[in-house]
Design a protein around this ligand. Sequence first.
Ligand code: SGN
Ligand code: CA
Length: 563
Amino acid sequence: MKHSLKSIFLGSLAVLAFACKTEEAAKPAERPNIIFIMSDDHAYQAISAYDNTLIETPNIDRIAKMGMLFTNASVTNSICAPSRATILTGKHSHINGKVDNHFPFDTTNVTFPQILQDAGYQTAMFGKLHFGNSPKGFDQFKILPGQGVYYNPDFITKNEGKIKVEGYVTDIITDMTLDWLQNERKADQPFMLMYLHKAPHREWLPAERHVEEFTNRSFKEPATLFDDYSGRGRAAHEAEMNLLTDMHWGGDSKVYPEVMDELGIPENSSWDKAALTGELNRMTESQRANWDKAYMKVNEDFKKAYPTMTEKDKMKWRYQRYMQDYLGTIKAVDENVGRVLDYLEANDLMENTIIVYTSDQGFYLGEHGWFDKRFVYNESFKTPLLMAWPNRVKAGTKSDEMVQNLDFAQTFLEAAGIEAPADMQGESLLPLLTGETDKWTREAVYYHYYEYPSIHMVKRHYAIITQEYKMVHYYFDSDEWELIDRKKDPNEMTNVYDDPAYAEIKAKLHKQLDGLREKYGDSSELSQDYIDKYLDNLEKNKYSTGGKDTGLIDKIFEDRKKK
Ligand code: SGN
Ligand code: CA
């Protein structure tokens, strides 16, 4: 299949080349370049093109100004490596096999970079992949091992083995990207470049130049910071993502271990303090001195305030600390995106380059009292998406259509003039990008999250989402349905599944959901296979789930033994 496609493609290239002999302007090089910029856990609430309450991101916003802002982009499974696998394969998790962060990506999958490379694109990847193996289909790559670290990170490289680079991760990934554009890019080939930030992933360590500024800022609280989950079922109650009860005092809030000891604050997990010291120990002396200057003050102030703080005060304090660090890391992402855009402009590469800015999923910035992702609720189901292509996309446009990370592969292949493999499951975004909106017919999207029991303890669930409703089934150690009226209840506080007023809507959504599961090839049997594989692996490797000792995990394994 791949080869016949390739020959069709090369055939048409030859025709094109022949035709071009007489017409100077049309060159095969006119296939667009692609720069896919993705950050890790970047919430749309923290991009000023969407909302400038928290931070200004003038450089990321430039992409929307030049092109299109998608206000309803989402992921099919809100977690890191599965999202990346869906992007690369154009297939849902249950088909490409990468359903959670645990097992390595199955490299027998065909990915869009492999297809582009076969068709004559020069390909490169810099930054975070998180697959447990190296990417296929790339002429060059330098990737972080696993999650990577913020200061003086290691990289796995295609040509130099493992290297350690001094500096700040976001700057380094950008330096590598610019170096490749400047010194390795071949002028006679179109390129596809994946520029993938680690930031703003936990534990949110800002760059040296931003530490002072951000530890002194304060931010507006979200309306649902003190959510008690009363309108929803067990899943929201049992999740471990609450700022007050589930964050690390050390790793996340940057309270120094000796201060935790002095105040008698216990570790929130076995790696609470280590999560901080691991990063601090990698710093050079001068990086550490700069860090301490700002964070000693944070610790001193906290030491004074802590004895009289109520639980509510602590929540408020944790929210501010969280936002200072999280948004501090985004400041560096924005500056560095600006460096890349400037380079493209200065080197006449802007016009025929598709520029994408997105995240592997959204993130909670205190909404529902949470951090992290995983749930199909808006903040983590949706993801930022800004796309420019000056030659083809009208500047300053907006789309509210329900596009997904599932759609990238087919979009890029179509833009490159290549027919996508028939088993890809997304849809090309080109009609939306080029104003042919009547060609876009999608009314509902499908979602499925798997990683449970695991850190943050978000239950397995699948869902159908339309512009108006969201209907979710939590399964495995629960069997609960949730129906959210997205228009009437934008903060998603109330489950109306059992409200008789929604009986008809519910029936219609069930039918649609069955249809989606059939269309995409998902089923309860398949889910059961993934559960068995996951639990076998946990047991065999005596692997800690990272979940808290609440009895829930023991019960899951006891119930399993009984069966
Ligand atoms: C780590 C984080 C979690 C996070 C997962 C997955 N804990 O385990 O908070 O949900 O990564 O993130 S940490 O204390 O080790 O930072 S993902 O982006 O890779 O999916
Ligand atoms: Ca992520």
